[in-house]
Design a protein around this ligand. Structure first.
Ligand code: GDP
Length: 506
């Protein structure tokens, strides 16, 4: 069985994702000094002009891939940008993982972004391990937190451990499986914690634990793997407490690389020939060269440097001579990679988000969605002679997945759609920096968009009545531009022969 565990961390800003990432990498031996994740981020961000926005706002727009090993297991951690203005990139990254860690602040519980990201996981039945963070500070009652997860997310919760007090009275975490308590040692900055038999538990907490063990179900691997149940761990990322237990849980329970649906039926990870799909493209990492890195999630086979792979839709193979593996320490040249791994493929715009790559050229993965934009804006040029440049820029940037672009059937003003506000700032700044196009974004009459599917006749009769609400996306597929979600519901009811889809599978 595969020793790969490919996962992401989902959380609301400030819950502790960065801190936890750092500690995971530290324990996995990928970095030697805590604090390096942010420092590296800053160094990386300095590379490109458009990334100035990230610096100004102190956030990271770009996802990256971090690999670490422990006890023979290889962990691929895909970073999801964690600001409230997150983008489609964040969603897409979740299509490339096999499981997720949900980090919750012990004092705050489920917050809006946690919930949004959770919904994306649910859509694909991605199994989730919950980490309740910051138990070194005053938090809410543990029961309250667990019940909130259960109610808000409609998940069964199974506490795998229990904090012995929180904040000032925090004494450690009891592990239910072996009935030991991990107590912080010394000034508790050390990540060594001492395991001791569970004795001397304060009476009120002993009672809590008794209640919990009687009241919550036993852990059920199948239910977890189906995304119906979440095991819950408690700890403190800052104090490196409970992190080793979390890594063990991922190694032990989180699923190995999953099979992927394709035009040829399901592709199993054991299949010998190489297949994979692109879930992210990052352009212009080096402003001197218009090169791009396409991130490919390996679905099957063993990849070797120099191998020829055929992108779906292209028909002819490309040789992948200098693939990159994104280790936390450094970019390293990958000699081999297998199912579950991510490789970066330099290219000049050949590879697009959603593309399949395979050793044979007759395969296409399905089920890699685009997500309906939540913000739509009209793009207005300051200099109308730059229409051609603008079109090129919008096509490029939509290929990259920075924005989605819609070309209305009537009128000449193009519309861009994004999932988060920040993408709009990125768009304007990149138009200027990379394409020398000055544009402003104006409100559009539309609120959301839906991809339309149906017979030609049904589409045509719909178009006859709704031409002013129709557009084409970058692939030429028909899209209904809606003024409100009510509008969507109304049209759906009136046109039962059409489907109005909030996601588009490529
Ligand atoms: P992110 O926005 O989710 O990446 O959160 P960060 O990792 O940047 O953490 C946000 C803040 O919470 C920072 O000030 C961290 O030092 C702090 N923090 C993270 N984990 C813990 C923890 O376990 N205990 C305490 N007390 N603070 C924490």
């Amino acid at each position: 069985m595969s020793n790969r565990r490919t996962f992401a961390i989902i959380s609301h800003p400030d819950a502790g994702k960065t801190t936890l990432t750092e500690k995971l990498l530290l324990q996995g031996g990928a970095i030697h000094l805590a604090g390096e994740v942010k420092a590296r981020g800053a160094a990386r961000r300095a590379r490109s002009d458009w990334m100035k926005i990230e610096q100004q706002r102190g956030i990271s727009v770009t996802s990256s891939v971090m690999t670490f090993q422990k006890d023979g297991v290889v962990f691929n951690l895909l970073d999801t940008p964690g600001h409230e203005d997150f983008s489609e990139d964040t969603y897409r990254t979740l299509t490339a993982v096999d499981s997720a860690i949900m980090v919750i602040d012990a004092a705050k519980g489920i917050e809006p972004q946690t919930r949004k990201l959770f919904e994306v996981c649910r859509m694909r039945s991605v199994p989730i391990i919950t980490f309740v963070n910051k138990v070194d500070r005053e938090g809410r009652s543990v029961f309250e937190t667990l019940d909130e997860v259960a109610d808000a997310l409609a998940l069964d919760v199974v506490p795998m451990s229990w904090p012995i007090g929180m904040g000032g009275i925090f004494q450690g975490v009891m592990n239910f499986a072996d009935e030991t308590i991990a107590r912080p040692e010394g000034d508790s900055r050390e990540f060594l914690s001492k395991r001791e038999p569970a004795v001397d538990i304060p009476e009120d907490i002993a009672e809590e634990i008794e209640l919990a063990r009687a009241g919550y179900p036993e852990f059920d691997l199948e239910a977890y793997r189906h995304g119906d149940l979440t095991p819950v761990y408690f700890g403190s990322a800052l104090k490196n407490f409970g992190v080793a237990e979390l890594i063990d849980a991922i190694a032990r329970y989180a699923p190995p690389p999953r099979p992927q649906k394709s035009s040829e039926g399901t592709v199993e990870p054991e299949r010998p020939d190489v297949t994979g799909f692109i879930f992210k493209v990052q352009a212009n990492m080096d402003p001197q060269h218009r090169d791009r890195i396409a991130f490919m999630r390996m679905v099957s086979g063993t990849f070797r440097r120099g191998m020829k792979l055929t992108p779906s839709g292209l028909g002819k193979p490309i040789a992948v001579h200098s693939p990159i593996l994104f280790f936390a320490q450094d970019r390293e040249i990958a000699d081999t990679a297998e199912a579950g791994d991510i490789i970066g493929i330099p290219n000049h715009g050949t590879l697009r988000v959603g593309d399949t790559l395979s050793e044979r050229n007759d395969l296409r993965f399905t089920g890699l969605p685009n997500f309906a934009p939540e913000i739509l804006r009209r793009v207005v040029l300051k200099d109308p002679t730059k229409t051609k440049q603008l079109r090129k820029a919008l096509d490029d940037l939509s290929e990259e997945g920075v924005i989605q672009v819609f070309y209305p059937e009537i009128g000449s003003q193009w519309i861009v759609g994004v999932v988060g506000q920040l993408q709009l700032d990125v768009l304007v700044s990149r138009l200027e920096a990379e394409y020398k196009v000055e544009a402003v974004l104006e409100p559009s009459p539309f609120d959301t968009a839906r991809w339309l599917k149906g017979s030609d006749a049904a589409l045509k009769s719909f178009a006859d009545f709704n031409a002013s609400n129709l557009a084409k996306d970058r692939d030429g597929d028909p899209v209904f531009m809606a003024r409100s979600s009510w509008d969507v519901g109304y049209q759906q009811e009136r046109n039962p022969e059409l489907t109005f889809s909030a996601t588009k599978e490529r």
